[in-house]
Design a protein around this ligand. Structure first.
Ligand code: 5GP
Length: 170
């Protein structure tokens, strides 16, 4: 199935000049979701995965489905102050200002094979911070996995030698 039909372009969101890819039409269609999961699973191939870690909040939609289908545990990576237990924190640069991501410090065991998932790869800052959290805990990043990649922003460059796969490219 061509999933690009389920991605809606929103001009000037969340601010002027930004063209936002809205994935909610895809979330709203159960056949498209099922096919999206099958296609994301195909990107993973036959890699053995211990944990799927996904980034708040749009990464959670397919992240939990991927974890179930890979017989892996699910790990949420969240914005500061949301996780209740002891956390590790990684700041990252936004266009204006700075944000951060957190993970529970016991979420990944040393040597575990981790699939990282998010909905969109834009400039790559968010996924790079998530990669650093996983690596700080001793996890091995098997793949950075996305529904959608905005290739013209060259986010892949920020992710250096970590393997990156995306379903749809713009
Ligand atoms: P980056 O750090 O790569 O610049 O931005 C990626 C993060 O911002 C992801 O967590 C993603 O959810 C969000 N994001 C950036 N641009 C878009 C977009 O056009 N559509 C959606 N759905 N999310 C976006």
């Amino acid at each position: 199935m061509d999933l690009s039909k389920f991605i809606r372009n929103i001009e000037h969101f969340p601010k002027d000049g930004v063209h936002f890819k809205d994935i909610t039409p895809l979330l709203a269609d159960s056949a498209a979701m099922a096919d999206g999961l099958t296609q994301l699973m195909a990107l993973v191939g036959d890699e053995k995965i211990d944990k799927v870690a996904a980034i708040e909040s749009r990464g959670f939609f397919f992240g939990t489905l991927l974890a179930q289908n890979l017989n892996a545990g699910f790990v949420p990576i969240r914005k500061p102050g949301k996780l209740p237990y002891k956390t590790l924190k990684e700041p990252y640069q936004l266009e204006y200002g700075i944000d951060a991501l957190e993970i529970h410090e016991d979420a990944i065991l040393k040597g575990e094979r981790v699939l990282l998932h998010d909905d969109v790869l834009a400039t790559g800052g968010t996924m790079k911070a998530a990669c650093k959290l996983i690596e700080s805990l001793g996890g091995e990043i098997v793949q950075c996995n996305f529904l959608l990649e905005l290739e013209f922003l060259n986010g892949i460059q920020k992710l250096k030698n970590r393997p990156v796969k995306s379903l749809l490219k713009y």
